[in-house]
Design a protein around this ligand. Structure first.
Ligand code: HEC
Length: 174
């Protein structure tokens, strides 16, 4: 009998100790598991964002439709623009507006095509600087293909990613 009571006391003592430790351990495990789950979640989200087939296809389409030969042709046609807009597309602030990172140009492809074909005399605001309607040379004599090339070139050089220009778009803006 005494032995049994003794045994019970001892075992409750050990169980309590065990139980306390267990609670403490579980707390720690939960915290560590929580942090791990968070890290895995964040890592996986990053992965799925980069890896979805849709995104990969988007990238392929974007890089393949702007053809290198059109860009090369555009660089040649741009020889007729660089006296004003400069080889680096920075222009001369206040006189010849920049094409590199031009908020005005990148906002509207059709307007850009029209500007190249007809020139422009209207006062315009480019990257916060006003250009008071200096006459830009007309380029009506350029073929649709040349306009496509030079528009593609200026829209996609110097860090610009302004998209695709087609002969249909040029014809519609003549
Ligand atoms: C004689 C100088 C001159 C030449 C050459 C010239 N431009 Fe311009 N360009 C200007 C000026 C000046 C303006 C601003 C006109 C205004 O204030 O309305 C302008 C405006 C523009 C704009 C809109 C504003 C901007 O910076 O986003 C684009 C796009 C553009 N030019 C592209 C071209 C392209 C492409 C060529 C060559 C095919 C060309 N330009 C040739 C002087 C020139």
């Amino acid at each position: 009998m005494i032995f049994i009571i003794f045994y019970k006391n001892i075992s409750t003592y050990f169980c309590n100790v065990k139980f306390n430790n267990y609670n403490y351990m579980m707390k720690k495990i939960k915290i560590v598991a929580g942090i791990l789950a968070l890290v895995v979640l964040v890592a996986c989200q990053g992965d799925t964002k980069d890896q979805t087939i849709e995104n990969i296809q988007d990238e392929v389409v974007e890089t393949s439709v702007i053809s290198q030969s059109v860009m090369d042709k555009g660089r040649t046609v741009y020889m007729q623009c660089l006296a004003c807009h400069q080889a680096n597309g920075e222009g001369i602030v206040g006189t010849f507006p920049p094409l590199a990172n031009s908020d005005y140009m990148l906002a509207d492809i059709d307007r850009t095509i029209k500007t190249i074909i007809n020139g422009t005399k209207d006062p315009i605001m480019v990257n916060g600087t006003e250009y008071p309607g200096n006459t830009m040379t007309k380029f009506t004599h350029l073929s649709d293909e040349d306009i496509v090339a030079v528009a593609t070139y200026v829209l996609n050089s110097w860090g610009n990613s302004g998209g695709v220009v087609t002969t249909e778009m040029v014809a519609a803006n003549r």
